[in-house]
Structure formats: structure tokens, C-alpha cells
Write a protein that binds this ligand. Structure first.
Ligand SMILES: Cc1cc2nc3c(=O)[nH]c(=O)nc-3n(C[C@H](O)[C@H](O)[C@H](O)COP(=O)(O)OP(=O)(O)OC[C@H]3O[C@@H](n4cnc5c(N)ncnc54)[C@H](O)[C@@H]3O)c2cc1C
Ligand code: FES
Length: 538
């Protein structure tokens, strides 16, 4: 995933273009005042917003228009066209927006709007938010006495930000033992590990953003216990914090492989883990990745980019077949092999010594560096000892409420009733975690928003292989393929009971996004599900 360059292309929209040449709904990529701009006519209105997504710079004219919003083709962020607001993650920063005038068959972008002053619209402050523009200062407050967020990852950060966007003025406190949080975790196995992204890409916002938003981050401290009766959280420094509402967003921990020599294995979850791996690269020529998971294979690709000779050892016979099917599994393996990766599939690791990884067929792989990506376990200890209802995860209802009043959960820990599949799901997807955090924020403020987004994740391997996956299936009756899998240009539908329930695409980003919209439309036609976990008084 490479951030898009800032080159300007298309017409000069400040000079104007002919109205008669533009169809309703057409996405016009141009520029104005030296910036990329997207112009759209959604009858009867004209809109102009920034042309590049604020997440990773995708060209928004390749996205999909849904009513008066634009969705990003790469990771499905959603922006409001009337003011550029980033209304759904993973983009957390608004687009600039512009005034548009139409006169004598010419439409022109006339002025860049001043953020925060557009017809009283609720603009989310930008990453470099100046304190005087902070919503905290400008808006009245409603909601709980205070909000405590355990975990400053995808879900926790998104919740805190959304509370301020929704004009909540009470205390918002994030607790996290990781001194670097909140940061862009998916990048750890991709550009950052590959050496293509500087570390200053990783923070989700500069620290000044949190100060300006009056979001307090208790860095380096862990929550050690929750007392749901007294609404108190105990911290690792011995102190306690009371809460009005609580979010548990403690994420997950990599599963460990228990073999002789296992202390040589590196795991990748945190920025600290990634720095430690990068620190070992100088002396390493060979690496063994244990596990052909998404993270394992992304790590393999990044180590190849660093010039290492990489082997992947895993018990399955084809990478990712269980999630994506035989065709895509074969493609992914081929692409890695073309980059020089050696696969030792159907094999288990039996031991590790100073220079080698031994497999259960007696063979040994050269390994200056060993990294495992063999799955994660949700961090449930706090929830469990607090007596919250568990269900292979922390059980929540569609409003993301746990079984205790005022206590919510989101992200990798939460198992929720998925409206589309009718399954109770717990997934490990960045976008799902962020959007759940955003829904929790609104519900803490008294809304009753169901979390009913269609699950989405992506994965990147080398320059050529961008996988997008929309929906969720655990097994399927049939796979339908459009395009040519072996040319890395395809859309693969997973069909259950005659209906497409999920789609994976390779280099067909727009198709994936359109499918998300189609699945959402199907969902609208379904009757709302019953609430499945009632919030109960402790
Ligand atoms: C290397 C890597 C690459 C990934 N790539 C992708 C990708 O390409 N696409 C995708 O969709 N997903 C990807 N994921 C998964 C995605 O990052 C997770 O699904 C997402 O981060 C989950 O968000 P979360 O908020 O639930 O947990 P996290 O982001 O893990 O945040 C949890 C936070 O809770 C903190 N915490 C834990 N215990 C405590 C405690 N007791 N007290 C206080 N704080 C605590 C942790 O320190 C952590 O900061 C990737 C994950 C990794 C590790
Ligand atoms: S680049 Fe737009 S959502 Fe990621």
C-alpha cells in the first residue's frame, strides 16, 4: 500500500468545465488552487471535495458514489460530499471542501472553504487541529459523566475521536500500556517493515491532536481490573479511575509456539515488536516465517523487499485456502514463489536452534531470523475477571453493549451478532474495529445505532497483489470467478445457498466496493434482528 503522489491531473476546475459534458453522478477528477479536487453533480447539487483519500491517498474518482457520499476504492472509507467530513473509518481526517458556482453552462470551483466555518456544519478537526478550532471548545455537551477507554488501538482511538466529533465535552481517557499507541498497526507488516514507510507515517495523529481534543492518553499503564459495581477501573500503577461509560478495546495477542528454542521466535503485534525485528535485519540473510497467515505472508513479502531469503513453513497444504479458496490460495503462493519465497507446507516446526528451524520431516531451514504469524487470541482476561458474558470473545449485542450496564466492547475482542450473515462474529479487521469504536461513541451518547456494517479487510503483498475482502463466510457451497485469477485480475464470489455472501477481489477495487454497497442494500431489505445480549444490571 503506497500513498498516492500529489501530481495534479485532469481539468483545472477553478477555470471551469462545461456542464453539458458532465453526466449526473459522474466523478470528475481535476484540480483547483494547486490541489486535487473531485467534482460531482448529484442532482440538483454540485459538490467539490479533495480528490485524494485522507487515509492513504487513493484517487476518489475511482470510488463509488452512494447518495451524497463518496466511498474510497482502497479501504472503503466514506466521506460526506457536502462538507468533506470523514464519516466512516478508516479515514479519520476530513477532505477539504470547496464552493462551486454554475453559470452559462460552465461549472467552476470558486473557493476552498475554511474548515470549521462551513454553514455551522460539524467538521471533524484535521490531524493538525489547532486548539482554537477544537470542537471541545465550541459545542454543548450531553452524555455520561466520563468515558474511559481501555486500549488505544483501532477501536479505542476511533471511539475517542468520534466522541469529540459528536460534541461530547466530558473527560475522555484512553489507557494503554503501549507507549506508542495509537498507531497504524496494519502498516507494521507492510511498508514499514519493508523499509518503504518512515516511522512518522505510523501515528494515527500527532500527540498535539489528542491534547487539542482534550483526549487524555495514559500511556504505559495497563488496566488490571474492572469493578462493574462501583464503575471503577484499577490501573497497573495502583491508581483507580471511575467511569460513566467504559469501552473495552484490548485487542488480541499473538499465539505462541511452544517448541524447544521457541525463545528465538519473533512475534509481530506492536510497533515495539516491529522495531525489534527491524533491528535484527542488519545481520540476517535468511528468515523463516512460521505460519502462512495474512500477517505471515505480508511479513514474508516485506523481508524479501529487505533482501532476505525467506522460507514459509506451515501445516496447511495451501496458503489461505480456508479463507479464500483454492484458486486464490494458489495465486498467492505463486506470486510469493515468483519473488523467491520457498514454501514448506504440510509441515510442523519441531525445534529451533541458533541457525536453523527443524521441521517434522527431519529437514532444517536456514534461519538467521524467525517470525511466527500463527493467529491471535483476544485479550479477555479483564472482561472475564469482571464477570462479563463471554462467547468465544466478549459477547456484545448489536449496539456493542456487553452484559454490564454502561460497558461496551469493540474490535478484536468483541463478538457481535452480524446482521447480514446472521452469525455471531469476532473478526480481526482494522476497519471493523474502527467502525465499531465509532458506533460505540454514538451509543455512549444515547443513540441506539446498530453495528451493521458489512465486514471488510484488505491485505497487501508486494506491489502487485492487493486483496480486498467484503462480507464474511466461514464456508461456502460454491465459488464464482470473474476475470483471470492467474493474471491477478479477478473478483471471487463466495456463494452460500445460492446467494453471494462475500467477495474477494484482486486489483478490482471498485468491484469490491460496489459489492459492499450491494450487500448493504440487501441488508436494508431484511427485518432488523432481535437484540441478543440485553445489558443487565450488575
Ligand atoms: C502486523 C499486523 C498487520 C495487520 N494488517 C491488517 C490489514 O492489512 N487489514 C486488516 O483489516 N487488519 C489488519 N490487522 C488486524 C488489525 O490491526 C486489528 O484487527 C485491529 O488492530 C484491532 O483493533 P483493536 O482496537 O481491537 O485492537 P488493537 O489495535 O490491537 O488495540 C488494542 C490495544 O489495547 C491495548 N491493551 C491490551 N490490554 C490492555 C490493558 N489491560 N489495559 C490497557 N490497554 C490494553 C494494547 O496495548 C493495544 O494498544 C493487522 C494486525 C497486525 C498485528
Ligand atoms: S486510502 Fe482511502 S480508505 Fe484507505
Amino acid at each position: 500500500m503506497t500513498a498516492q503522489s500529489d501530481e495534479l491531473s485532469g481539468p483545472d476546475l477553478a477555470a471551469g468545465v462545461e456542464v453539458s459534458g458532465i453526466a449526473p453522478g459522474q466523478l470528475i477528477a481535476g484540480h483547483a488552487f494547486g490541489e486535487p479536487v473531485l467534482l460531482v453533480h448529484v442532482e440538483p447539487n454540485w459538490f467539490a471535495v479533495g480528490g485524494k483519500c485522507t487515509h492513504y491517498g487513493a484517487p476518489l474518482d475511482q470510488g463509488v458514489l452512494v447518495s451524497e457520499t463518496i466511498r474510497c476504492p482502497w479501504h472503503h472509507a466514506c466521506f460526506e460530499l457536502h462538507n468533506g467530513a470523514a464519516s466512516r473509518a478508516p479515514a479519520l481526517i476530513d477532505l477539504p471542501s470547496y464552493d462551486v458556482a454554475v453559470e452559462s453552462n460552465i461549472v467552476r470551483v470558486t473557493r476552498k472553504r475554511d474548515h470549521g466555518q462551513t454553514k455551522g456544519e460539524s467538521h471533524r478537526p484535521r490531524g493538525s487541529c489547532a486548539p482554537e478550532r477544537c470542537l471541545f471548545e465550541e459545542r454543548p455537551t450531553t452524555g455520561p459523566e466520563s468515558v474511559l477507554i481501555i486500549g488505544g488501538g483501532a477501536a479505542g482511538n476511533a471511539c475517542a475521536e468520534m466522541l469529540r466529533r459528536e460534541a461530547y465535552r466530558g473527560p475522555v481517557i484512553i489507557i494503554d500500556p503501549d507507549p506508542d499507541a495509537p498507531y497504524d498497526r496494519p502498516n507494521l507488516s507492510k511498508d514499514y517493515l519493508a523499509g518503504n514507510a518512515p516511522e512518522d507515517w505510523l501515528p494515527l495523529h500527532p500527540r498535539e491532536f489528542y491534547a487539542a481534543q482534550h483526549i487524555e492518553i495514559l500511556s504505559g499503564l495497563a488496566a488490571t481490573a474492572i469493578d462493574i459495581n462501583s464503575k471503577t477501573v484499577h490501573l497497573s500503577d495502583g491508581s483507580t479511575r471511575e467511569y460513566g461509560c467504559l469501552l473495552i478495546a484490548t485487542g488480541a495477542t499473538p499465539m505462541r509456539l511452544d517448541v524447544p528454542g521457541g525463545d528465538r521466535i519473533n512475534y509481530l503485534r506492536t510497533l515495539g515488536d516491529c522495531r525489534a525485528i527491524i533491528g535484527k535485519l542488519g545481520a540476517a540473510k535468511t528468515a523463516v516465517v512460521i505460519g502462512a497467515s495474512f500477517i505471515g505472508l505480508e511479513v514474508a513479502a516485506s523481508l524479501v523487499a529487505r533482501g532476505l531469503k525467506v522460507s514459509v513453513a506451515a501445516p496447511e497444504t495451501l496458503p489461505l485456502e480456508r479463507v479464500l479458496g483454492r484458486e486464490l490460495g494458489t495465486l498467492i503462493m505463486n506470486v510469493h514463489q515468483q519473488h523467491g519465497v520457498t514454501f514448506r507446507l504440510g509441515r510442523k516446526v519441531t525445534s529451533i536452534d541458533e541457525k536453523n528451524v527443524a521441521l517434522d520431516d527431519g529437514s532444517r531451514l536456514d534461519a538467521d531470523l524467525v517470525i511466527a504469524g500463527i493467529g491471535v487470541r483476544p485479550n479477555l482476561q479483564l472482561a472475564e475477571s469482571a464477570g462479563l458474558m463471554l462467547d468465544n470473545g466478549l459477547a456484545v449485542n448489536e449496539f456493542l453493549e456487553t452484559s454490564a450496564s454502561g460497558v461496551f466492547a469493540a474490535g478484536d475482542v468483541a463478538r457481535w451478532p452480524d446482521a447480514y450473515s446472521d452469525l455471531r462474529l469476532r473478526v480481526e479487521h482494522w476497519v471493523v474495529a474502527e467502525r465499531q469504536g465509532q458506533v460505540v461513541a454514538r451509543n455512549m451518547l444515547g443513540n441506539r445505532d446498530r453495528f451493521d456494517d458489512i465486514p471488510f479487510f484488505w491485505s497487501e503483498h508486494y506491489d502487485k497483489l492487493s486483496i480486498r475482502y467484503t462480507g464474511h463466510v466461514e464456508r461456502w457451497d460454491e465459488i464464482r470467478i470473474e476475470g483471470d485469477v492467474m493474471k491477478s485480475d479477478c473478483a471471487v464470489s463466495y456463494v452460500v445457498g445460492g446467494k453471494r455472501r462475500a467477495m474477494a477481489t484482486i486489483n478490482r477495487d471498485r468491484r469490491n466496493l460496489q459489492t459492499e454497497v450491494e450487500l448493504e442494500t440487501e441488508l436494508l431489505l431484511k427485518p432488523p434482528p432481535a437484540v441478543t445480549v440485553e445489558a443487565v444490571e450488575a
